[in-house]
Design a protein around this ligand. Structure first.
Ligand SMILES: [Zn+2]
Length: 295
């Protein structure tokens, strides 16, 4: 699809908004629902990596180093492991202890008893926590709950939750450093730095997600003659190769699939796309209402 110069410059396109009734009708008539979710969905659930106010509240000790939001620190080469984990463990602890959230619950309600599969670039396990079955979720970008060797000296991954719980009591909230360095996690094989098992470079270990990738493609292979509602939520142009473009290809290849694109700033799509240029919570609440659910 060729984008106009103004679209390229602004990263957006004026789209005509479809009604929630149109979306509700497609979902109600669907044999199955494929959900593709990006950062915009978890942002609506309170995990907004670009939110500066939330950052200042959650990581006050980071402000003195010039940091203003979590997105800015993705891939940041921390000079000291004690600061790296003083920062990361606070964010991870928040994600680990997140419970059910209204926007994910509304989405679960919309899917109802229909057959479904989820592919998401989010690594926060919010789908798992809101009633979606683990065997129906594919997270190609990794998982915050798993840790791995940062230099990939071996292919193992392990549970990060107890390590975060061990570090946090030693957090100095003023400096954001973990003061007891003996609690910092190290690779059990090489003794070097570790990181979450998330796609951030060549070091990312993908093997833990192979099974779900296979399950996803097997599920898709059964959808050729089905009315498939492809519900894409909050997946923009940061990593469009993970959710956005693959879903467009899927809709193009399957004869009876309809793409519903919920995206506040970038809701345009190929011909036939039902676009909702709204925040995820606003759009899903409207659709749920049109389907007769009172959330
Ligand atoms: Zn190692």
């Amino acid at each position: 699809m060729i984008r106009t110069l103004s679209e390229v410059l602004t990263g957006t396109k004026q789209v005509s908004q479809c009604s929630e009734e149109q979306v509700a009708e497609v979902l109600q008539q669907a044999d199955a629902v494929l959900i593709g979710a990006g950062a915009g969905l978890s942002a609506a659930a309170g995990l907004d990596y670009t939110d500066e106010a939330q950052f200042a509240e959650r990581f006050p000790g980071m402000l003195q180093y010039g940091a203003r939001c979590q997105y800015q620190l993705m891939g940041y080469p921390f000079p000291d492991e004690a600061l790296k984990w003083g920062y990361l463990s606070v964010g991870l602890d928040h994600v680990y202890h997140a419970g059910q959230t209204p926007v994910y619950r509304t989405l679960r309600q919309i899917v109802g008893e229909r057959d479904y599969f989820v592919i998401t670039s989010n690594v926060d396990r919010y789908f798992h926590k809101n009633g979606f079955a683990v065997e129906r979720i594919y997270t190609p970008q990794g998982d915050y709950e798993r840790f791995q060797c940062f230099s990939r000296c071996h292919e193992g991954v392990w549970d990060g939750k107890p390590l975060v719980a061990t570090m946090l009591p030693h957090l100095n909230k003023t400096t954001q450093f973990i003061e007891d360095r003996s609690t910092l996690p190290v690779c059990p094989e090489c003794g070097g730095p570790v990181f979450m098992n998330v796609r951030g470079g060549d070091w990312f270990i993908e093997q833990p997600y192979d099974e779900q990738r296979t399950a996803f493609s097997e599920w898709l292979s059964t959808m050729h003659d089905k009315h498939l509602a492809v519900l894409e939520i909050g997946a923009g142009f940061n990593t469009p190769g993970v959710i956005r473009y693959p879903l467009e290809r899927i809709v193009n290849q399957l004869g009876k699939a309809t793409l519903i694109r919920i995206n506040r700033d970038q809701a345009s799509g190929p011909a036939g796309t039902l676009s909702m240029p709204l925040a995820a919570d606003e759009a899903l609440t409207a659709v749920a209402g049109a389907m007769g659910y009172n959330s």
